[in-house]
Write a protein that binds this ligand. Structure first.
Ligand code: PXL
Length: 289
Protein backbone atom coordinates (compact mmCIF):
# COMPACT_ATOMS: atom_id res chain seq x y z
CA UNK A 1 0.00 0.00 0.00
CA UNK A 2 1.43 3.35 -1.04
CA UNK A 3 0.35 6.47 0.80
CA UNK A 4 0.45 9.78 -1.09
CA UNK A 5 -0.50 13.32 -0.02
CA UNK A 6 -0.24 12.52 3.66
CA UNK A 7 -1.18 16.04 4.63
CA UNK A 8 -4.53 15.68 2.85
CA UNK A 9 -6.28 18.65 1.25
CA UNK A 10 -8.23 21.64 2.55
CA UNK A 11 -12.05 21.42 2.53
CA UNK A 12 -13.61 23.18 -0.47
CA UNK A 13 -15.76 26.29 0.10
CA UNK A 14 -19.41 25.59 -0.68
CA UNK A 15 -20.55 27.82 -3.56
CA UNK A 16 -23.76 29.11 -5.16
CA UNK A 17 -23.70 26.49 -7.87
CA UNK A 18 -24.26 23.89 -5.21
CA UNK A 19 -27.69 25.26 -4.36
CA UNK A 20 -28.83 24.72 -7.96
CA UNK A 21 -27.62 21.14 -8.03
CA UNK A 22 -29.91 18.17 -7.42
CA UNK A 23 -27.67 15.65 -5.78
CA UNK A 24 -28.18 12.09 -6.98
CA UNK A 25 -28.40 9.37 -4.33
CA UNK A 26 -25.02 7.87 -3.57
CA UNK A 27 -24.56 4.13 -3.85
CA UNK A 28 -21.59 1.87 -3.12
CA UNK A 29 -20.65 -1.48 -4.64
CA UNK A 30 -18.17 -3.69 -2.80
CA UNK A 31 -17.25 -6.16 -5.51
CA UNK A 32 -14.75 -7.50 -7.98
CA UNK A 33 -13.33 -6.03 -11.16
CA UNK A 34 -14.13 -7.90 -14.37
CA UNK A 35 -11.61 -6.83 -17.02
CA UNK A 36 -14.11 -7.64 -19.77
CA UNK A 37 -16.41 -4.94 -18.43
CA UNK A 38 -19.58 -7.04 -18.40
CA UNK A 39 -19.89 -8.17 -14.77
CA UNK A 40 -18.60 -7.09 -11.36
CA UNK A 41 -18.04 -3.43 -10.49
CA UNK A 42 -18.10 -2.48 -14.17
CA UNK A 43 -21.65 -3.83 -14.54
CA UNK A 44 -22.66 -2.24 -11.24
CA UNK A 45 -21.38 1.21 -12.16
CA UNK A 46 -23.02 1.08 -15.61
CA UNK A 47 -26.29 0.08 -13.98
CA UNK A 48 -26.02 2.82 -11.35
CA UNK A 49 -25.47 5.38 -14.08
CA UNK A 50 -28.49 4.15 -16.04
CA UNK A 51 -30.67 4.27 -12.93
CA UNK A 52 -29.52 7.80 -12.07
CA UNK A 53 -27.63 7.19 -8.86
CA UNK A 54 -24.02 8.11 -8.15
CA UNK A 55 -21.86 4.98 -8.03
CA UNK A 56 -18.80 4.37 -5.89
CA UNK A 57 -16.71 1.21 -5.60
CA UNK A 58 -14.53 -0.74 -3.20
CA UNK A 59 -12.63 -3.40 -5.15
CA UNK A 60 -12.27 -6.84 -3.54
CA UNK A 61 -10.78 -8.96 -6.30
CA UNK A 62 -9.42 -8.66 -9.82
CA UNK A 63 -10.70 -11.13 -12.41
CA UNK A 64 -8.82 -11.50 -15.69
CA UNK A 65 -9.53 -13.88 -18.52
CA UNK A 66 -6.98 -15.70 -20.63
CA UNK A 67 -7.61 -14.64 -24.21
CA UNK A 68 -7.28 -18.08 -25.84
CA UNK A 69 -9.51 -20.06 -23.48
CA UNK A 70 -11.35 -17.47 -21.36
CA UNK A 71 -10.03 -19.30 -18.31
CA UNK A 72 -10.65 -16.98 -15.33
CA UNK A 73 -7.73 -15.80 -13.21
CA UNK A 74 -8.99 -14.66 -9.82
CA UNK A 75 -6.72 -12.36 -7.79
CA UNK A 76 -8.11 -11.37 -4.38
CA UNK A 77 -7.18 -7.90 -3.13
CA UNK A 78 -5.30 -8.19 0.21
CA UNK A 79 -7.62 -7.75 3.20
CA UNK A 80 -5.64 -4.73 4.43
CA UNK A 81 -6.10 -2.99 1.09
CA UNK A 82 -9.86 -3.57 1.19
CA UNK A 83 -9.93 -2.27 4.78
CA UNK A 84 -8.11 0.85 3.56
CA UNK A 85 -10.72 1.58 0.85
CA UNK A 86 -13.86 1.35 2.97
CA UNK A 87 -13.50 4.57 5.04
CA UNK A 88 -13.45 6.69 1.86
CA UNK A 89 -17.19 6.02 1.70
CA UNK A 90 -18.00 5.31 5.37
CA UNK A 91 -17.53 7.80 7.04
CA UNK A 92 -15.90 9.83 4.22
CA UNK A 93 -18.93 10.32 1.97
CA UNK A 94 -21.88 8.16 3.01
CA UNK A 95 -24.17 6.06 0.83
CA UNK A 96 -27.92 5.53 0.71
CA UNK A 97 -27.48 1.91 -0.29
CA UNK A 98 -24.72 -0.68 -0.58
CA UNK A 99 -24.36 -3.74 -2.74
CA UNK A 100 -21.88 -6.58 -2.26
CA UNK A 101 -20.75 -8.74 -5.17
CA UNK A 102 -17.82 -11.11 -5.46
CA UNK A 103 -16.09 -11.45 -2.09
CA UNK A 104 -13.43 -14.04 -2.78
CA UNK A 105 -12.35 -15.32 0.65
CA UNK A 106 -13.99 -16.01 4.00
CA UNK A 107 -11.68 -13.39 5.55
CA UNK A 108 -12.92 -10.73 3.12
CA UNK A 109 -16.55 -11.71 3.72
CA UNK A 110 -16.01 -11.35 7.47
CA UNK A 111 -14.28 -7.97 7.09
CA UNK A 112 -17.02 -6.55 4.85
CA UNK A 113 -19.84 -8.03 6.97
CA UNK A 114 -18.53 -6.69 10.26
CA UNK A 115 -17.77 -3.28 8.71
CA UNK A 116 -21.28 -2.91 7.29
CA UNK A 117 -22.92 -4.17 10.48
CA UNK A 118 -21.08 -1.54 12.45
CA UNK A 119 -22.08 1.22 9.99
CA UNK A 120 -25.77 0.24 10.15
CA UNK A 121 -26.23 0.66 6.39
CA UNK A 122 -29.87 1.41 5.59
CA UNK A 123 -30.18 -0.69 2.43
CA UNK A 124 -27.83 -3.63 1.92
CA UNK A 125 -28.19 -5.87 -1.13
CA UNK A 126 -26.06 -9.02 -1.06
CA UNK A 127 -25.40 -10.73 -4.37
CA UNK A 128 -23.86 -14.01 -3.14
CA UNK A 129 -21.60 -14.49 -6.17
CA UNK A 130 -20.37 -18.09 -6.27
CA UNK A 131 -20.21 -18.74 -10.00
CA UNK A 132 -19.04 -16.81 -13.02
CA UNK A 133 -20.82 -17.65 -16.24
CA UNK A 134 -18.38 -19.46 -18.47
CA UNK A 135 -15.91 -20.07 -15.66
CA UNK A 136 -16.96 -23.72 -15.49
CA UNK A 137 -16.85 -24.46 -11.82
CA UNK A 138 -18.00 -22.64 -8.69
CA UNK A 139 -15.62 -20.16 -7.17
CA UNK A 140 -14.67 -20.66 -3.53
CA UNK A 141 -17.47 -22.99 -2.33
CA UNK A 142 -16.06 -22.80 1.21
CA UNK A 143 -17.24 -19.19 1.47
CA UNK A 144 -20.91 -20.08 1.81
CA UNK A 145 -20.72 -20.50 5.59
CA UNK A 146 -19.09 -17.07 5.94
CA UNK A 147 -21.86 -15.44 3.89
CA UNK A 148 -24.52 -17.10 6.03
CA UNK A 149 -22.79 -15.93 9.19
CA UNK A 150 -21.65 -12.41 8.30
CA UNK A 151 -23.82 -11.11 5.46
CA UNK A 152 -27.27 -12.69 5.39
CA UNK A 153 -28.30 -11.51 8.88
CA UNK A 154 -27.68 -7.85 7.95
CA UNK A 155 -28.97 -7.94 4.36
CA UNK A 156 -32.20 -6.29 3.29
CA UNK A 157 -32.15 -8.34 0.10
CA UNK A 158 -30.13 -11.36 -1.06
CA UNK A 159 -30.21 -12.22 -4.77
CA UNK A 160 -28.96 -15.77 -5.49
CA UNK A 161 -29.31 -17.65 -8.76
CA UNK A 162 -30.54 -21.24 -8.41
CA UNK A 163 -27.07 -22.67 -7.81
CA UNK A 164 -26.32 -20.09 -5.11
CA UNK A 165 -29.79 -20.57 -3.61
CA UNK A 166 -29.12 -24.28 -3.13
CA UNK A 167 -25.77 -23.54 -1.46
CA UNK A 168 -27.36 -21.04 0.93
CA UNK A 169 -30.45 -23.16 1.71
CA UNK A 170 -28.54 -26.42 2.03
CA UNK A 171 -31.16 -28.00 -0.23
CA UNK A 172 -30.98 -29.56 -3.69
CA UNK A 173 -30.85 -27.15 -6.59
CA UNK A 174 -34.45 -26.05 -7.29
CA UNK A 175 -36.18 -27.51 -10.34
CA UNK A 176 -39.79 -26.42 -9.84
CA UNK A 177 -41.65 -23.38 -8.57
CA UNK A 178 -42.35 -25.20 -5.31
CA UNK A 179 -38.60 -25.89 -4.90
CA UNK A 180 -37.87 -22.20 -5.45
CA UNK A 181 -40.32 -21.25 -2.70
CA UNK A 182 -38.84 -23.82 -0.30
CA UNK A 183 -35.32 -22.55 -1.02
CA UNK A 184 -36.40 -18.96 -0.41
CA UNK A 185 -37.99 -19.89 2.95
CA UNK A 186 -34.80 -21.61 4.10
CA UNK A 187 -32.58 -18.72 3.01
CA UNK A 188 -34.82 -16.19 4.71
CA UNK A 189 -34.40 -18.14 7.94
CA UNK A 190 -30.73 -17.03 7.97
CA UNK A 191 -31.98 -13.53 8.82
CA UNK A 192 -32.26 -11.77 5.45
CA UNK A 193 -35.43 -9.72 5.20
CA UNK A 194 -36.07 -10.43 1.50
CA UNK A 195 -34.91 -13.21 -0.79
CA UNK A 196 -34.93 -12.90 -4.57
CA UNK A 197 -34.10 -16.06 -6.54
CA UNK A 198 -33.30 -15.64 -10.22
CA UNK A 199 -34.27 -18.83 -12.04
CA UNK A 200 -33.02 -18.10 -15.54
CA UNK A 201 -32.22 -21.66 -16.55
CA UNK A 202 -34.46 -24.27 -14.94
CA UNK A 203 -37.57 -23.78 -17.07
CA UNK A 204 -37.23 -24.45 -20.82
CA UNK A 205 -39.13 -21.45 -22.17
CA UNK A 206 -39.29 -18.87 -19.39
CA UNK A 207 -37.11 -17.05 -16.89
CA UNK A 208 -38.66 -16.77 -13.44
CA UNK A 209 -37.76 -14.30 -10.72
CA UNK A 210 -39.17 -14.93 -7.26
CA UNK A 211 -39.31 -12.50 -4.33
CA UNK A 212 -40.08 -13.69 -0.81
CA UNK A 213 -40.48 -10.91 1.75
CA UNK A 214 -41.05 -13.14 4.77
CA UNK A 215 -44.81 -13.15 4.24
CA UNK A 216 -45.66 -13.49 0.59
CA UNK A 217 -44.20 -14.50 -2.74
CA UNK A 218 -44.11 -12.30 -5.83
CA UNK A 219 -43.32 -14.19 -9.01
CA UNK A 220 -42.50 -12.63 -12.38
CA UNK A 221 -42.16 -14.68 -15.53
CA UNK A 222 -40.48 -13.48 -18.70
CA UNK A 223 -40.12 -15.28 -22.00
CA UNK A 224 -36.62 -16.72 -22.20
CA UNK A 225 -34.37 -14.56 -24.37
CA UNK A 226 -32.66 -16.88 -26.82
CA UNK A 227 -29.07 -15.67 -26.41
CA UNK A 228 -25.75 -16.95 -25.12
CA UNK A 229 -24.75 -13.35 -24.29
CA UNK A 230 -25.92 -13.10 -20.70
CA UNK A 231 -22.72 -12.00 -18.98
CA UNK A 232 -23.31 -9.67 -16.06
CA UNK A 233 -27.08 -10.19 -15.92
CA UNK A 234 -26.94 -11.21 -12.26
CA UNK A 235 -24.65 -8.37 -11.16
CA UNK A 236 -26.74 -5.83 -13.06
CA UNK A 237 -29.96 -7.17 -11.52
CA UNK A 238 -28.78 -6.70 -7.95
CA UNK A 239 -27.17 -3.34 -8.80
CA UNK A 240 -30.52 -2.15 -10.17
CA UNK A 241 -32.31 -3.31 -7.00
CA UNK A 242 -29.73 -1.36 -4.97
CA UNK A 243 -30.16 1.81 -7.03
CA UNK A 244 -33.95 1.71 -6.76
CA UNK A 245 -33.86 1.16 -2.99
CA UNK A 246 -31.50 4.14 -2.67
CA UNK A 247 -34.06 6.30 -4.49
CA UNK A 248 -36.82 5.24 -2.09
CA UNK A 249 -38.54 2.39 -3.96
CA UNK A 250 -40.02 -0.50 -1.99
CA UNK A 251 -38.30 -3.87 -2.33
CA UNK A 252 -41.16 -5.09 -4.52
CA UNK A 253 -40.89 -2.05 -6.81
CA UNK A 254 -37.11 -2.46 -6.98
CA UNK A 255 -37.56 -6.17 -7.81
CA UNK A 256 -39.97 -5.38 -10.66
CA UNK A 257 -37.78 -2.61 -12.09
CA UNK A 258 -34.66 -4.77 -11.96
CA UNK A 259 -36.50 -7.58 -13.76
CA UNK A 260 -37.46 -5.16 -16.57
CA UNK A 261 -33.96 -3.65 -16.67
CA UNK A 262 -32.23 -6.99 -17.13
CA UNK A 263 -34.86 -8.38 -19.53
CA UNK A 264 -34.44 -5.32 -21.78
CA UNK A 265 -30.65 -5.63 -21.50
CA UNK A 266 -30.77 -9.31 -22.48
CA UNK A 267 -32.94 -8.58 -25.51
CA UNK A 268 -30.16 -6.28 -26.76
CA UNK A 269 -27.13 -8.21 -25.48
CA UNK A 270 -24.13 -8.45 -27.79
CA UNK A 271 -20.89 -10.44 -28.21
CA UNK A 272 -17.48 -9.13 -27.13
CA UNK A 273 -15.67 -12.12 -28.63
CA UNK A 274 -16.31 -15.81 -29.22
CA UNK A 275 -16.59 -16.50 -25.49
CA UNK A 276 -18.54 -13.73 -23.87
CA UNK A 277 -21.21 -11.11 -24.37
CA UNK A 278 -22.79 -8.73 -21.86
CA UNK A 279 -26.28 -7.34 -21.49
CA UNK A 280 -26.77 -3.87 -22.99
CA UNK A 281 -27.21 -1.53 -20.06
CA UNK A 282 -28.77 1.25 -22.15
CA UNK A 283 -31.58 -0.93 -23.48
CA UNK A 284 -34.37 0.09 -21.08
CA UNK A 285 -33.48 3.78 -21.42
CA UNK A 286 -33.68 3.43 -25.21
CA UNK A 287 -37.28 2.30 -24.74
CA UNK A 288 -37.85 5.59 -22.96
CA UNK A 289 -38.26 3.88 -19.56
O1 PXL B 1 -21.00 -12.72 -12.91
C1 PXL B 1 -20.33 -12.97 -11.73
C2 PXL B 1 -19.10 -12.14 -11.56
C3 PXL B 1 -19.06 -11.23 -10.54
N1 PXL B 1 -18.00 -10.44 -10.32
C4 PXL B 1 -16.91 -10.52 -11.11
C5 PXL B 1 -16.86 -11.40 -12.17
C6 PXL B 1 -17.99 -12.25 -12.42
C7 PXL B 1 -17.94 -13.18 -13.54
O2 PXL B 1 -17.10 -13.12 -14.42
O3 PXL B 1 -15.78 -11.45 -12.95
C8 PXL B 1 -15.76 -9.63 -10.83
Amino acid sequence: MLSVSEAGIDPVQRDEHEELTVEPKKVLTIAGSDCSGGAGIQADLKTFQERDVYGMSVVTVLVAMQPETWHHIVMPVPVDDIRAQLPTVFPGIGAAAVKTGMLPTAGIIELVGSFLKDKKVEHLVVDPVMVCKGAGQPLFPENTAAMIKHLLPIAEVVTPNTFEAAQLSGMDEPETLEDLKENALHIQAHGTKNVIIKAARIFPDKAVNLLYDGKEFTIVEKPKVNTAWTHGAGCSFSACVTAELAKGASVKEAFLTATEFVFAGLERSFPLNQFVGPIYHKALAKQGK
